[in-house]
Write a new protein. Structure first.
Length: 157
């Protein structure tokens, strides 16, 4: 289980929730996944995302899969993963940062999230704490990540 931040390409005149509802309404759990088919423009966005995150946050590792492009950030603050498909993206952070240990990785996650919004033209939303990335409170997100990690470590160790 991970702490997730979601990104969508929200059309003009629509809300994030309307776009998500429409996207989910077309989901068929029995259908084969459709491989990613990025345009040259969307692939250039990915290249710029990787370059900016590397320059502004720190070194990353990337890999291309049939259904997404993936970036991993393993640094002093911790580990996170960014998956990108062109019109959607997501950041996943493992629940292994209890208490105040969550603040450094969440600070990096929100910095990367804001780069995704700026470069990719996507809108980010943190459903864990019910806030948009653009105006979201990193301390609030870190408290949630750290609290769940504390709970899990107490319960399972």
């Amino acid at each position: 289980m991970t702490y997730d931040i979601m990104f969508l390409r929200v059309p003009p005149g629509r809300t994030f929730d309307e776009t998500l509802t429409e996207l989910n309404s077309g989901y068929d759990p029995d259908a084969d996944p459709v491989p990613m088919n990025l345009t040259g423009e969307l692939r250039a966005v990915w290249d710029e995302l990787v370059e900016r995150v590397s320059r502004e946050v720190g070194p990353v590792t990337t890999e291309e899969f049939p259904y997404s492009l993936t970036l991993w950030r393993d640094g002093p603050a911790g580990h996170l993963q960014l998956d990108y498909t062109g019109d959607t993206a997501g950041i996943e952070i493992p629940y292994r940062y209890p208490g105040r240990q969550a603040l450094p990785i969440m600070t990096e996650a929100y910095r990367i999230a804001r780069i995704v919004e700026e470069v990719g033209g996507l809108e980010g939303y943190d459903h864990e704490v019910g806030q948009p990335v653009r105006t979201g409170d990193v301390d609030r997100a870190a408290a949630r990540l750290g609290g769940v990690a504390d709970w899990a470590q107490t319960l399972f160790t």
